[in-house]
Design a protein around this ligand. Structure first.
Ligand code: A2P
Length: 272
C-alpha cells in the first residue's frame, strides 16, 4: 500500500525510516528561521541550486514532506537546509525541534531550474532572493563553477528585519576563507542585503531599487541588461512575479533545463 509507512523500530538498527538521514547540526537564527545539516546519501548527486523533498514521519506514520532547496554546494559531504518555523505548520512545527542524532526523511531525487545549466553564457550573474529564497544561492555561491562561468556575481537578499539577513551575511563572510572558492568569491561576489521594515545600510524592496537604479549606483556597476546579464530569482510568489516583469521589460527571457535562456525563477519553498 504505502511504501513510506514507518517500520517497527529495532533498537539495534541504526536507520528506521525509509530514506532516513541523520541530523549533524542545527542553528537557530531567529525565532522564525533555522538551518540544519544532514548526512548525505552516498549515491546522491545534485546540481547546486536544486531542491529535494525532506520531512518527518507524522503521527500516523505517514511522511510529511516539503520541498527544500539544498543550501550546501554539490561537493559538500553533508547537506544543508534553511527553513522558516511555522508554529502550526504540519512539518516545521516539528522540524524546528530536531537535534543532532535525530533522523529526517530525504527523498534523493534532486530537481529544479535555479541551475547554471538553465542559463546561456553571460558576464554577470544576478541572484535575487527574499527570505529563505537565499537557500539555493547559498549553494551556488559556494560552487566553483559559478565563478568559472561568470566574471561578476551579485547576490541581493531582501528581508523584513536585519536579523533575518544574518544567515546570508555569515555565509558571505565565511566564503572569504573558503579554500575552494574564497579567492574568486572575494574578487567576484558582491552581496547586497536590504531590509523593508527596519532601518539598515540598504533599505527597500529590491524591485524598487532595481527600477530606481539605486542598487547599481550603490554597487558601482552598470544597470541590468540582457546582453551581459543572467538572473536567478527565488522568493515569494508576489516577488517572483514582479521581478519576472522587470526582467522581461529589460529583454531577458525565462529559461529552463530544456531551454536555457537569460533568467530563471523558482518559488522559495517556505516549508509549509
Ligand atoms: P515588504 O516588507 O515590503 O513586504 P515575506 O516575509 O512577506 O516573504 O517578505 C520577505 C521580503 O520580501 C520582505 O522584505 C518583503 O518586503 C519583500 N517582498 C515581498 N513581496 C515583494 C514583492 N512583490 N516585490 C519585492 N519585494 C517583496
Amino acid at each position: 500500500m504505502n511504501e513510506h509507512v514507518t517500520q517497527p523500530i529495532e533498537s539495534s538498527a541504526p536507520s528506521r525510516l525509509p530514506d532516513a538521514q541523520t541530523v549533524t547540526a542545527v542553528k537557530h537564527w531567529t525565532d522564525t528561521l533555522f538551518s540544519f545539516r544532514l548526512t548525505r546519501p552516498q549515491s546522491l548527486r545534485f546540481r547546486s541550486g536544486e531542491f529535494v523533498m525532506i520531512g518527518l514521519s507524522g503521527e500516523n506514520g505517514k511522511p510529511i514532506l516539503r520541498a527544500y532547496s539544498i543550501a550546501s554546494p554539490s561537493w559538500d559531504d553533508e547537506l544543508e537546509f534553511y527553513s522558516i518555523k511555522v508554529p502550526d505548520g504540519p512539518l516545521t512545527s516539528m522540524l524546528q525541534n530536531i537535534k543532532p542524532g535525530d533522523e529526517v526523511i530525504l527523498r534523493p531525487k534532486p530537481v529544479g531550474t535555479l541551475v547554471l545549466d538553465a542559463l546561456i553564457p553571460g558576464k554577470r550573474l544576478f541572484m535575487l532572493a527574499t527570505g529563505t529564497g537565499i537557500a539555493p544561492f547559498a549553494s551556488l555561491i559556494r560552487d566553483p563553477e559559478t565563478y568559472e562561468k561568470f566574471d561578476e556575481v551579485i547576490l541581493t537578499h531582501t528581508c523584513r528585519d536585519v536579523a533575518e539577513l544574518e544567515y546570508g551575511k555569515e555565509l558571505v563572510k565565511n566564503l572569504k576563507e573558503d579554500p575552494l572558492v574564497g579567492e574568486e568569491a572575494s574578487q567576484k561576489l558582491k552581496h547586497y542585503p536590504t531590509t523593508t521594515r527596519e532601518p539598515s545600510e540598504h533599505e527597500g524592496r529590491i524591485t524598487d531599487l532595481i527600477e530606481s537604479g539605486k542598487v547599481f549606483e550603490d554597487l558601482e556597476v552598470e544597470p541590468m541588461n540582457s546582453e551581459t546579464d543572467r538572473v536567478m530569482i527565488c522568493g515569494s510568489m508576489a516577488f517572483n512575479l514582479d521581478i519576472r516583469n522587470i526582467c522581461e521589460a529589460r529583454g531577458l527571457v525565462e529559461g529552463s533545463n530544456s531551454r536555457p535562456a537569460t533568467f530563471v525563477l523558482e518559488k522559495a519553498f517556505l516549508g509549509e
